[in-house]
Design a binder for this molecule. Structure first.
Ligand SMILES: [Fe+2]
Length: 472
């Protein structure tokens, strides 16, 4: 069904698939540790039907791939997320919505959920033993079964979720609160902040006033605070009036970081300013005395005036994705921000051991961006941030030639004492278009050595975010 397209996101390792499989007793090369127990799931954009017009990587219908590890064996399954939009298109037998590179169509206003299809294609969060599939443009969380990846249905928190729920919420591992945000790029409120209690009750959901509708993608938490992001990038307002969507970056603007107490509200937000930039993904945040430290993968200039034409820089339409490890420090007493680059290697889709989220994580595991115009990763980098220096210690694992990997979730050693932050494994899928196959890699997170490689029943496309659900 895939058609060749110049964006590069329907080709090669990004080529979508059209079926849903279950496969048990997969062939394992090496040895799967018995203390690796649980389900690794990864979300991905995978259009059900040929797109109408131009396709953006972020447009595809959500498809979740899962690999379950138990007693040294592995099984695989994949399912589309049955969103309202997915079901409406299935019934019609064709695509009904255009993607974000096409003009908004007036007739699309009557489609279920509005003119932009909520695909639930971006992220997964595991909270209270339940797995939710989430969308980058803020939609309805869809619960997905950890047993067979079937869609259980939309989660609206007893009707209290009256707006959207964005990708990249954070689970506080100490309190088990689920902290999230909602954003809109077209209507007020442009930003909302929310907290779900450990019992699953929506206890905060309130508008945070911001001046302009910017593209927001992630947030961060510390033990006591939440950090909302606001970068000077959004739809070009003039073009939007004409029904067209084009991303504009305000190079003269400021980056802003809204810090508020965990159960605070709009009146409690303190905005810290920093140099203009864009950031898709934070890595972690933590408190040091009266200072809050945030680490992430920062893009200094997402839409440079001189665009790269070499074909070796990862692009999302007009955005050049050259992210580097970066640190901001927000002084709660003075309101000042200090910021600095931590490395000059291009990495993205970073992950840490989720059990240290919000405290001073020592290690981060970042896929390394390959030289290609479509975003692909050709290795994994383990950073040791303990020293606090520029270019922190890093251990690199190179993917086999021709193989591209994705986000690697940290799977803690089942029954382990948890006294070593890196005592566990990194799990990620790898795909090769050249050999038309996919595998699952399991690396020892301590030394980044491959301990096992599991053959998947067929090639799967590269994707977005992943989660390891221990014991599931
Ligand atoms: Fe993301």
């Amino acid at each position: 069904m895939a058609t060749a397209h110049p964006t590069g996101y329907l080709e090669a390792e990004h080529t979508p698939i059209s079926d849903e499989l279950d496969a048990t007793d997969l062939r394992v090369h090496g040895e799967l540790p018995r203390e690796l127990r649980g389900l690794y799931v990864r979300n991905s954009p995978n259009p059900q039907f040929a797109p109408i017009g131009k396709y953006h990587w972020f447009d595809g219908d959500g498809m979740v791939h899962g690999i379950r590890f138990e007693d040294g064996r592995a099984s695989y399954m994949n399912r589309w997320v049955r969103t309202r939009g997915f079901e409406a298109e299935r019934e019609a037998g064709r695509a009904l919505w255009t993607g974000i590179l096409e003009p908004l169509r007036p007739e699309a206003m009557s489609l279920p959920g509005g003119p932009v299809k909520d695909t639930a294609n971006t992220d997964l969060v595991f909270h209270r033993g339940r797995l939710l599939s989430l969308w980058w443009l803020s939609g309805t969380p869809y619960e997905v079964s950890t047993r067979d990846l079937s869609t259980i249905g939309p989660e609206r928190f007893d009707g209290k979720l009256t707006g959207g729920f964005a990708a990249h919420p954070k689970v506080d591992p100490r309190t088990n609160q689920l902290v999230f945000f909602d954003h809109s790029m077209v209507r007020r409120p442009y930003l909302r902040y929310g907290v779900v209690s450990p019992e699953g009750e929506l206890v905060r959901y309130e508008a945070i006033p911001t001046e302009s509708p910017h593209i927001l993608h992630d947030m961060a938490i510390t033990e006591n605070y939440s950090i909302l992001l606001d970068f000077p990038m959004g739809w070009d307002p003039e073009r939007l009036k004409a029904g067209k969507r084009k991303i504009a970056f305000d190079r003269g603007g400021r980056s802003r970081f809204g810090v508020l107490p965990r159960l605070g509200g709009a009146a409690d937000v303190r905005w810290f300013e920093a140099e203009p930039c864009y950031m898709y993904h934070t890595i972690n945040a933590y408190e040091v005395g009266r200072e809050i430290v945030l680490v992430g993968c920062r893009v200094r200039d997402p839409i440079p005036e001189q665009q790269d034409t070499s074909g070796g820089v990862a692009r999302l339409d007009t955005i050049e994705l050259v992210p580097h490890l970066y640190e901001w420090r927000f002084d709660l007493d003075t309101g000042e921000t200090r910021e600095r680059a931590l490395d000059d290697l291009a990495t993205e889709f970073p992950r840490i051991n989720d059990t240290v989220q919000g405290t001073r994580a020592r290690f981060t595991y970042n896929p390394r961006i390959a030289r290609d115009s479509a975003l692909k990763f050709d290795g994994l980098v383990k950073y040791d941030l303990a020293g606090g220096a520029f270019a922190p210690d890093r251990v690199v694992w190179d993917a086999p030639p021709g193989m591209f990997v994705g986000e690697a979730a940290f799977a803690p050693r089942a029954g382990g004492r948890g006294d070593r932050e890196d005592d566990g494994w990194l799990v990620t899928f790898g795909s090769s278009a050249r050999d038309d196959l996919s595998v699952c890699f399991v690396l020892d997170a301590r030394d980044m050595r491959e301990v096992a490689r599991v053959d998947l029943p067929r090639r799967i496309p590269l994707g977005f975010h992943s989660m390891f659900c221990p014991g599931a």
